[in-house]
Design a protein. Sequence first.
Length: 146
Amino acid sequence: MKLYSERILALASDIPHLGSLPAPEGRARRRSPLCGSTVTTEVTLRDGRIAELAQDVKACALGQASAAIAGAALPGRNRAEIEAARDALAAMLKSNGPVPAAPFEGYEALLPARDYRNRHASILLALEAAVDAVAAAEEARARDAG
């Protein structure tokens, strides 16, 4: 099947930032109800940007490949940048939009997944969990400051 290219399988086998953080400021878990894939993301922030990142990925090869691409691109990004990448990835998959902009251009590897709508949710998990984790960290900081 063209969907599981060597590049996708290579990405799936080399996910950066696996594990957990000793003291995350934000944590989020996202699950795809269709396939049961889950991604949990933990972050710490510095100046509103991801300073530390950890991922726990229990997903199909496409979800793992997505987590690998996200894991490489997420450090140093703020929530708005991650939301833009998530939205661009959704548009790429669902409405033939362009590949997300740098540093998320690695999602080009998942262009063949456009034709497999039942896989889209799993592919989006890593960026959705990252957005939620950053939002949770921002909320915790606001609570602590208030």
